[in-house]
Write a protein that binds this ligand. Structure first.
Ligand SMILES: C[S@@+](CC[C@H](N)C(=O)[O-])C[C@H]1O[C@@H](n2cnc3c(N)ncnc32)[C@H](O)[C@@H]1O
Length: 208
């Protein structure tokens, strides 16, 4: 990918490895449990507060909910049709993959990608336990999505793009893999003011 496409605002290239490493470190811990690691409700309480389907929450294995740290409910933004092929960008421990799996049904397909190995392993275990046979999860940096052009009907993402120093590249990749007329339904955190000097280049700040 061209450097221009990965322009990262205030982040120095020397610090990118440190930022990625801090993100992997934090989410390796979250793969065990999200409890006490965020300034907003997570786990079952988070899913309930965000208006996820109550029956789906009840039926989700606890491992799926324990590490849930989404910031919104991408499913509230539009209906997911049965048979759809869906991408979850930064799929974490797999709760949104579980929800999507039920919505697209046996004729659909759900693909998760995540940067953190522990999250990918946890989600595969969780989804196998939940009996979701129409889901696959790949360990990958989301700025290079390992699927062909025009592959997905819908892309969702929940609390992920804010963690990337390369937001333009994230969106460009998501649009590349969406079919014409496909939809991106995402929830995320946005900054309202510029970060204090030094924080924009801080690995710890990027991994919050
Ligand atoms: C706040 S968690 C949200 C996880 C999940 N979407 C959920 O709602 O529980 C952010 C996730 O994004 C992943 N992530 C961060 N940067 C990423 C990137 N560049 N590509 C793919 N995944 C990334 C992290 O490993 C972590 O699992």
């Amino acid at each position: 990918m061209a450097d221009e496409g990965r322009a990262a605002g205030d982040v120095s290239s020397a610090n990118l490895d440190a930022i990625r490493s801090a993100i992997r470190g934090k989410y390796t811990e979250v793969a065990v449990s999200a409890e006490g690691k965020f300034g907003y409700p997570t786990g079952r309480a988070g899913a309930e507060a965000l208006g996820y389907d109550a029956e789906a929450i009840t039926q989700a294995p606890s491992g799926l909910l324990d590490s849930f740290c989404g910031v919104g409910n991408p499913f509230s933004l539009g209906e997911i049709p049965a048979g759809a092929v869906l991408l979850d960008y930064g799929s974490g421990a797999g709760f949104d993959l579980f929800i999507a799996s039920r919505l697209v049904g046996e004729t659909g397909k759900v693909c998760g990608i995540d940067l953190t190995e522990a999250m990918v392993e946890r989600s595969r275990r969780n989804l196998s336990e939940a009996g979701c046979s129409n889901v696959e999860v790949r360990l990958v940096d989301g700025e290079q999505i390992p699927y062909p052009d025009n592959f997905f009907d819908v892309a969702i993402s929940n609390g992920v793009i804010n963690l990337s120093p390369f937001k333009a590249a994230c969106f460009r990749e998501i649009y590349r893999v969406l079919k014409p007329g496909g939809r991106l339904q995402f929830a995320d955190i946005v900054l309202e003011n510029a970060l204090p000097v030094g924080m924009a280049d801080s690995p710890e700040a990027w991994s919050q």
